[in-house]
Design a protein around this ligand. Structure first.
Ligand code: PHE
Ligand code: ZN
Length: 892
């Protein structure tokens, strides 16, 4: 009996059928290129016909005599012809991934007709249906689920696309480029033909068809061309489009003034869809957005959502140059477009809002989420050298660490030279598919800098750690700063070489409280300087240092590293008030809080009474009583390190001790500084009509931070204020903050009726229901897991919608640490069940949502074995390549 079972399982997943990796070193130019494509879609939900005419010719760099191989998955081939001649069965081969024509001529016109089934496409890759609307997602390899094609980014062609659909149910038919023809057809159908004059890879193809309505605006480019801007949404969402349109125009203008980049078509369209795996997609001339990343309204979206929309709209728009005009040679170069574009959108958002806060937010995100990835089993270089499933590589490392590398280049070169490098890059490679080395080469060329060692940032995984120490020599008036770097081993990379790390420093005089003038090796650097750490260990000697300084290191977070320095609490309190670098002032506060938290975590574990660090209290008192010149920064300074960030600092993560220690600090501060927080709350209330302006956002943030402290001690007046803030219903930021605080408190008698009312009022709006889901399942009380199970049965929830999954399951597993890591393993079991269900429904989302389970190495033995057991349970399933790759790495 047991023997039979083993052999049966072996048949389900034979060893030689395990998905195989693709290697960067195996890159070959394509055998054929496509000069032009004509596509025709006959849209029917369960049986769409796609006719493709590919104008192919042998690639000059391809090896001669190679067969013509086209990618294709889940396609049912109905017809195939070359130059008008139908092919016989022996003239081609089709398997589950490709179509091969062994004896293709050097130049040909290949015509295929396939049938596909958008209605049953729950993976949301290729052509699928969302709320009755047809839409596509082709990056990275979705186009091969639409038609047979060399589906790789270094094959660029012009596209002409005819979309045919039912006039009544699909009145709007969109694709890339410009509409050139439209008309009526028999049986109540109609068509539109679109032409995109810019050669593009297949991953930038897009098609949308549905009952959509648009808002329209115009933009005049710097050379005076008129561009029509359209935002297409379901009719009910028309009132949620203002902010995205405003953001788009701001982004277009910013890219002109900052990077000299102009838009290149007469029409730019954005479409909002409800079912989408990612945030948004930069398809040429037809960006497709997850509705959560484009729709806003003061009553339904928080300030954070408004800012996210601004950032994502800009990001996708910026891709028109950094991604579309100049694209990637292969998917190992993904960060070429993503790292650069994230850097561009971060700079844009910094210009539109509070620049220091934007930096603080980006660094916080990097230091928690990306650093954790870089330290875990799926760690990979920014330019990976192999992968099994490319959709698993849309990671924080590719995006956020990639952006930090570009930022370091900008800082090394200075903005003006960097801009010259960017101009050279766009000019030299316009219309081409290139590599990260091509980009860096432009930067080296314009600056004359040797970037050879710097390039290791792209090829080496792992977060570098710098141990710094300093000594002041009174007698010589010198300050000696020693920096030692080390990058920990990561999977497949046991040994690391030293990186070229730019460390921006200042020395703050302990007497004057001012930045001292720096002299290094006889060279005057001014009030701050950049140290180039290239060796494993280097000592920098500053001369003419008139007074004992406290060093301010890694200003502005000048490199994505972990920097340790044996700061005393006095030093940190000093930097917190005196550092001229806003980022480091904030970071000094975080470090000071971390020292206190470390002690409290230890106390909690040892069962010793917890004592609050008076210095932290005094630092907070100081912050609360000094007039704030920047409210946005103040709100950040008053925010304690997150549980996730604290966890990152611990050798073994003790979730309960971390939670208890952090709560203790919050409550101690709230108790001692109660009146100051109350005054801050009152001073930042406003009746002014909602605007997503930097000033208003800062005030709301400050007010809600104050309320959160007061609610941590369940102050009676605060509870009443929260209730009033909810009832006032002024804007979603305030409503959600108040409701969250009440739901996370123990006062269910107050919270429950409000929660119910909110759920009823917004039952029709999925984006608001997502917030309703998230705020409940992140509550620290022990019933959180039961709520997750209960809410999974709610009519507004569906495993098929990625936003719902993220709002409910993602929020629980990622943000409710004490409950996800329950010692009975129920949190892990729930996540594994969801992963198993999604493995068949939507493998891409399954492989992302599983992340918290893959971090088992960080926890105590009991939790480790519970987490591993769930991973093993998942591994026993018949797995998609996506989940297979992640689980294998996690259990390796
Ligand atoms: N390229 C998209 C972006 O960065 C992200 C994306 C990747 C979307 C893959 C869909 C699928 O903005
Ligand atoms: Zn992008």
């Amino acid at each position: 009996m047991s023997d039979t079972r083993i052999s049966e399982e072996a048949e389900i997943k034979p060893v030689d059928a395990a998905p195989q990796p693709v290697y960067l070193k195996d890159y070959q130019p394509p055998a054929f290129r496509v000069t032009h494509v004509e596509l025709k879609f006959d849209l029917v939900p369960a049986a769409t016909r796609v006719t493709a005419v590919l104008h192919l010719e042998r690639h000059p760099d391809g090896a001669p005599g190679q067969p013509l191989v086209l990618d294709g998955e889940r396609l049912s081939l109905k017809r195939i012809a070359i130059d008008g001649q139908e092919l016989g069965e022996s003239e081609y081969r089709v398997d589950d991934a490709s179509l091969t024509i062994p004896d293709a001529p050097d130049r040909l016109r290949l015509e295929t007709e396939v049938e596909i089934d958008p209605a049953s496409n729950t993976a949301l890759e290729g052509l699928y249906l969302s709320n009755g609307m047809f839409c596509t997602q082709c990056e990275a390899q979705g186009f091969r689920r639409i038609t047979f094609y060399p589906d790789r980014p270094d094959v660029m062609a012009t596209f002409s696309t005819t979309v045919i659909g039912d006039s009544a149910s699909l009145p709007v038919l969109l694709s890339n480029g410009n509409p050139v023809e439209r008309g009526e057809l028999p049986y109540g159908r109609h068509f539109v033909t679109w032409e995109d004059p810019h050669p593009k890879p297949s991953y930038l193809f897009a098609l949308v068809a549905g009952k959509l309505e648009k808002v329209e605006d115009r933009f005049t480019t710097m050379s005076g061309r008129e561009v029509t801007l359209q935002l297409w949404v379901e009719p009910a969402n028309l009132e949620k489009t203002d902010h995205a349109m405003r953001s788009l125009k701001a982004a277009m203008e910013w890219d002109e003034t900052t990077y000299g980049r102009e838009y290149d078509l007469d029409l730019f369209m954005i479409v909002a869809v409800d079912d989408f795996n990612m945030g948004a997609m930069e398809n040429k001339g037809l960006n497709i957005f997850n509705s959560a990343a484009v729709l806003t309204h003061p009553q339904t979206a928080t300030d954070a959502a408004f800012q996210r929309v601004e950032g994502v709209v800009a990001h996708e728009y910026f891709h028109n140059w950094s991604g579309n005009r100049v694209t990637c040679r292969d998917w190992f170069q993904l960060s070429l477009k993503e790292g650069f574009t994230v850097f561009r959108d971060q700079s844009f958002s910094a210009d539109m809002n509070s620049a220091p806060v934007k930096r603080i937010e980006d660094v916080s995100f990097l230091r928690t989420a990306q650093f954790a990835e870089d330290a875990g089993p799926t760690a990979h270089p920014v330019q990976p050298d192999h992968y099994i499933e490319i959709s698993n590589f849309y990671t924080l490392t590719i995006y956020e660490k990639g952006a930090e590398i570009v930022r370091m280049l900008r800082n090394l070169l200075g903005w003006e030279t960097f801009r010259k490098g960017s101009d050279l890059y766009f000019e030299r490679f316009d219309g081409q598919a290139v590599t990260i080395e091509d980009f860096a080469g432009c930067m080296a060329e314009v600056s004359g800098l040797d970037l050879d060692q710097f390039m290791r940032w792209y090829s080496q995984a792992g977060t570098p750690e710098i141990d710094a120490h300093g000594e002041y020599d009174y007698a010589r008036a010198e300050y000696h700063l020693t920096l030692r770097q080390r990058t920990p081993a990561t999977p497949g990379q046991p040994d690391k070489l030293p990186l070229h790390i730019p460390v921006r420093v200042g020395l703050v005089g302990t007497k004057s409280g001012e930045d001292l003038t720096l002299t290094l090796d006889g060279e005057a650097l001014g009030k701050e300087g950049v140290l180039h750490l290239r060796e494993e260990e280097q000592t920098f000697v500053f001369t003419d240092v008139a007074e004992a300084p406290v060093p301010s290191l890694l200003r502005g977070f000048s490199a994505p590293v972990k920097l340790r320095f044996p700061y005393g609490r006095e030093d940190l309190a000093f930097l917190l008030t005196h550092d001229s670098d806003g980022f480091n002032r904030w970071d000094a506060g975080q470090r000071l809080a971390m020292l206190a938290l470390d002690d409290l975590i230890a106390a909690h574990r040892n069962g010793v009474e917890k004592v609050m660090d008076a210095r932290v209290v005094e630092a907070f008192r100081g912050l609360l009583n000094e007039p704030a010149d920047d409210k946005a920064v103040l709100a950040e300074m008053l925010t304690l390190p997150s549980e996730a960030y604290i966890a990152e600092q611990q050798p073994v993560v003790d979730v309960d001790a971390i939670h208890a220690a952090r709560e203790f600090v919050r409550q101690s501060l709230a108790t001692v500084l109660r009146d100051d927080f109350m005054a801050l709350y009152r001073a930042n209330r406003s009746e002014a009509p909602y605007a997503p302006s930097a000033e208003q956002i800062a005030s709301r943030r400050l007010k809600n931070v104050a309320l959160a402290y007061l609610m941590s001690i369940e102050d009676e007046e605060a509870i009443e204020l929260a209730r009033q803030q909810f009832e006032a219903d002024h804007n979603m930021t305030d409503v959600r903050a108040a409701l969250t605080l009440l739901v996370h408190s123990s006062r269910s008698a107050v919270a429950d009726p409000l929660l119910r009312a909110f759920g009823k009022k917004w039952a029709h709006d999925p984006l608001v229901m997502d917030q309703w889901f998230s705020l409940q399942v992140t509550r620290p009380q022990a019933d959180a897991l039961d709520r997750v199970k209960y809410l999974m049965e709610h009519p507004a929830f569906s495993l098929k919608n990625p936003n719902r999954v993220r709002a409910l399951i993602g929020a629980f597993a990622g943000q409710n640490r004490v409950n996800f890591h329950r010692l009975d393993g129920e949190g892990y079991r729930l996540l594994a069940d969801v992963v198993i269900a999604l493995n068949t429904l939507n493998p891409e989302i399954a492989a992302r949502i599983i992340t918290p389970l893959t971090r088992w190495q960080r926890y105590d033995e009991t939790r480790q074995s519970l987490m591993k057991a769930e991973l093993e349970r998942i591994r026993a399933e018949e797995l998609s390549p996506n989940v297979y790759e992640v689980v294998e790495k996690a259990l390796a």
